[in-house]
Design a protein around this ligand. Sequence first.
Ligand code: ZN
Length: 226
Amino acid sequence: MESNFKQIVREAFFYLFPSFCIVCNMPVETCYSFRLCKRCRQELLYVRDWEVAEFEKKLPNVDAFLSVFLYAGTFKKLLWLYKEKGMRQVANLFYEHVLNLILSSGFLYPVVSVPSRPARIKKRGFCHTGLLADRLNGYFRYKPGISLVFSDKATNIVSQKELSAEERRKAVEGRFAASAEAVYCEESVILLDDVCTTGSTLNECASVLKTSGVRRVVALTLAIEL
Ligand SMILES: [Zn+2]
């Protein structure tokens, strides 16, 4: 009886306040904290431990590697909405997953994000990795003593999508630098980026951090692209 009543109230609620999936725009029937329908949730693919271990081999400059999703299906669409459409609410879902991963990994270090190109930040209105890093640092009440910036010396900035692994490695050389406003050097940091494909960006950023004195760099990406 009670469950019937609850069912009626629930249906009336969704009738009065319909909610739609932010990815496919279909009605969302259940009370999730984030508007994603059941089908899109099922297409959110998580990485398996052995896939992360395989990727770690591409990252000689980092001490450990963590990742959440596979760059496919719903994740790909969510990242597009976040990066290209500036839909900040997507950060809530990413934040939840990354925070849980950090807490379960035990690597409770300040988070340093891989910076986006200044022109992209200007267009989008925010740095998509920086926004997440700020929220994570806020949770732990960290104020990282070091951060990364796009280097003034970085000229010839080309999209990495069409490049081979070796071309990517060369393309990111000298692209990042430790911020001139760095207050002090952290002993250990989490280096946060959106997607890891060849690992060239993470290796380069880890190298810059280590040259600046950071001893331990744990790379964490939202996704890996197989
Ligand atoms: Zn959907």
